[in-house]
Design a protein around this ligand. Structure first.
Ligand code: FES
Length: 372
């Protein structure tokens, strides 16, 4: 007697024998064998290469490959010859302003390596067997007996150590190992500058009321009238260029670098009608001239790539994109908040000056920001 799937029955009531899986375990539920969602298309028909069917072509390929290897050997020998023939420092202007030694060593070694690589590729494509090789995947798990043996060894070890019978020792040991992680966490603090936890420093920059906006690098003040619609100017606080006239104190070392990074800005000019209320056009801009921090609010790269027609500026690090006409809101990318805007106006001479410091912290959105 047998049932529908031809398993033998083991009783007069027709109960079928249990299913067995590949490990020998028995069950009355068949092992699940999910159907392959994509049918195996099989291999395409084999196409013989000329070198497989034509002995002359095979010999020709052999000769070509051998010629490449021989030429590689010659080139390598020439490298040695060049090494001893040209002394570094002599013949310095021999070839395109480079020394004969540099050129000859580079060319001979490069050609030798190139020919060896090309010869090997040629060998693989023309002469090596091109039959499709298939290696079936096999289960990555250890066999059940290995797993059982491992668990048994572990349990035996625990029994011998008596950990299970001594909860006091077990718990204190777990606590000791866990608390050992604390020193590692505390040491992370050393990765930051010594005063990094002074979050107030992150909230303020050199900008203050009346400070002129000056061109980056050269430090010249910027007349509002000299900026054209579509321009983008990299600028800095005038205090980064101290002089007797402006009276700003000299900054040095880490402080100078830090203030330079925090105070960096971009100035753009666009049609005032294109500015949205988010830019505070009546309060913080001058005839369509608008100023933002140059430091990306993602992790602090300097933004730079400006697309004049869309008013978008792109951070090159992770492609955060900000719409400068709309309060520098994030239109794409991982940055979580707009670029801070610097309120500006013109002084009596027509130069652009800050109305105040930034009204929010610049740069990456550090976790303590909300406390400021
Ligand atoms: S730092 Fe600008 S997108 Fe990451």
């Amino acid at each position: 007697m047998s049932n529908d799937d031809n398993r033998p029955v083991n009783g007069p009531d027709g109960t079928p024998e249990p299913y067995s899986d590949e490990t020998g375990a028995q069950s009355h539920v068949p092992a699940r064998t999910p159907a392959d969602p994509i049918a195996d298309p099989g291999l395409p028909p084999h196409t013989w290469r000329p070198t497989d069917v034509d002995p002359k072509a095979e010999k020709r390929a052999e000769r070509q490959i051998a010629a490449m290897f021989i030429a590689a050997m010659i080139s390598a020998v020439l490298f040695v010859v060049a090494y001893f023939s040209f002394s570094v420092g002599d013949n310095w202007d021999t070839f395109l302003g480079l020394g004969a030694s540099t050129v000859s060593l580079g060319v001979t070694l490069g050609v030798s390596l190139l020919l060896i690589g090309t010869g090997i590729i040629h060998l693989a494509r023309k002469l090596m067997a091109d039959a499709e090789m298939v290696e079936m995947r096999h289960p990555a798990a250890s066999p059940p007996e290995d797993r059982e043996a491992t668990v048994a060894a572990l349990n035996a070890g625990l029994d011998e150590a008596g950990i299970g019978r001594r909860p006091l020792v077990r718990n204190t040991m777990i606590g000791a190992v866990g608390v050992l992680g604390l020193p590692a966490v505390v040491l992370l603090r050393d990765l930051a500058p010594g005063d990094a936890l002074d979050i107030d420093k992150l909230a303020h920059t050199l900008w203050k009321p009346g400070m002129r906006l000056v061109r980056d690098v050269v430090g010249t003040p910027i007349l509002a009238s000299e900026i054209e619609v579509g321009d983008l100017i990299n600028a800095a606080p005038e205090a980064m260029f101290p002089s007797e006239e402006n009276g700003y104190p000299e900054l040095e070392g880490a402080e100078e670098q830090s203030e330079k990074a925090k105070g960096a800005i971009i100035i753009v000019r666009m049609d005032p009608d294109e500015l949205t209320p988010a830019t505070q056009p009546d309060k913080w801009t001058v005839d369509g001239i608008i100023c933002y921090s140059k430091i990306c609010t993602h992790v602090g790269c300097p933004i730079s790539l400006y697309e004049r027609t869309t008013h978008h500026v792109l951070c090159p690090c992770h492609q955060s994109t900000f719409d400068l006409a709309d309060g520098a809101k994030v239109v794409f990318g991982p940055a979580a908040r707009p670029l801070p805007q610097l309120p500006i106006k013109v002084d009596e001479e027509g130069y652009l000056v800050a109305q105040s410091d930034f009204t929010e912290p610049i740069g990456a959105s550090f976790w303590e920001r909300e406390k400021l």
